[in-house]
Write a protein that binds this ligand. Structure first.
Ligand code: 13P
Length: 334
């Protein structure tokens, strides 16, 4: 795989007015989402739900790629067409979540570190052969009175850099995701400090590991007050703080930044992205890689009547894609 091909894929992921849908919930995580709407967590339900999402008519107009979970990458529609073929025909790049999730960081109560590096090289080779064009690894940084430690930030960024280098070796664009969680009562300034420290550490580790930034995508969390903070920043403040933080830490060589929604409402996730894209010039396209903020309305509809509401659920997926696509260009009308 040439450098040019990695660059081309990375640029296609953040093409104007397009973003990513995250459909990469592990079986345990989708089980929680299903439980909330009264759906049993079986392989067939997971397959049918992902079929509804991925076969949404005209999804490729606003969606450049979808991140899948291992099981989903190997699945097919009810009539036997592999999901990867459906996506490729719709102009949607197949992506794959390759981390194995966070575990407690020994010696640092409250901190976690993401696992999954052992055996990653052959797994990436297999995913590339199955049609994946990019991969995702999520590090989790939790804010409390005592966390994150510097060791937590460093360990997670070191793992992200090792994963990213292995991806590029395998011809996959690494999407590096250091998620600073919204859980907690901290204010937006604390989130800013932690996000800034994390991104500085991340780009230093990527440099140390020889990762080519031109073939890398950052999946970032927004700079936002904790969910339980009494003082919630307004849309303009979140947009301004996030942009300021990114501009001071993320090299201009990066082809693009996409955001996670992290528990924000659908409306807020779109409004924040739109506001950032209205704020004048920036070195990279800013788009979305939303999971919940793309899916939650559709999941409720689908769960209420899986076959009867199939088309209605798809309509909401399309609307969310269109709204976020407009926000990626600063043209969402609210
Ligand atoms: P949310 O948008 O629901 O945070 O999910 C995005 C994601 O992929 C987190 O890793």
């Amino acid at each position: 795989m040439s450098i040019e091909q990695l660059e081309e894929t990375a640029q296609a992921m953040v093409a104007p007015g397009k973003g990513i849908i995250a459909v990469d919930e592990s079986n345990a995580t989708i089980g929680k989402r299903f439980a909330a709407v009264g759906v049993e967590n079986t392989e067939e339900h997971r397959r049918a739900y992902r079929e509804m999402l991925l076969t949404t008519p005209r999804l490729g107009e606003h969606i450049s790629g979808a991140i899948l979970y291992d099981e989903t990458l190997r699945q097919a529609t009810r009539t036997g067409v592999p999901f990867t073929r459906i996506m490729t025909e719709a102009g949607i790049l197949p992506g794959i979540k390759v981390d194995k999730g966070p575990v407690p960081l020994a010696g640092f109560p409250g901190d976690v570190v993401t696992e999954g590096l052992d055996g990653l090289r052959p797994r990436l080779k297999e995913y590339a052969a199955l049609g994946a064009k990019f991969a995702k690894w999520r590090a989790v940084i939790a804010i409390t009175e005592d966390t994150p430690s510097g060791t937590c930030i460093e360990s997670n960024c070191h793992a992200l850099a090792r994963y990213a280098a292995l991806c590029q070796e395998a011809g996959l664009v690494p999407m590096v995701e250091p998620e600073v969680l919204m859980d907690g009562s901290h204010d937006i300034d604390v989130c800013y400090e932690v996000t800034e420290a994390t991104l500085r550490s991340l780009f230093s580790a990527l440099y140390e590991h020889g990762v080519m930034l031109e073939g890398t995508i950052l999946k970032a969390s927004m700079v936002i007050a904790g969910k339980d903070c009494r003082e919630q920043a307004d849309v303009e403040d979140v947009a301004e703080a996030t942009l300021r933080c990114l501009k001071s830490t993320v090299p201009a060589a990066l082809p693009g930044i996409v955001f996670l929604s992290g528990g924000q409402s659908d409306e807020k996730a779109t409004a924040h992205l739109d506001a950032m894209n209205r704020m004048g010039s920036k070195p990279w396209p800013l788009s979305f890689s939303y999971g919940r903020a793309m899916q939650q309305a559709a999941l409720r509809l689908w769960a209420a009547d899986m076959t009867g509401n199939f088309a209605k659920a798809q309509q909401t997926v399309f609307q969310r894609a269109r709204d976020n696509g407009l926000a990626a260009m600063g043209r969402w009308k609210g």
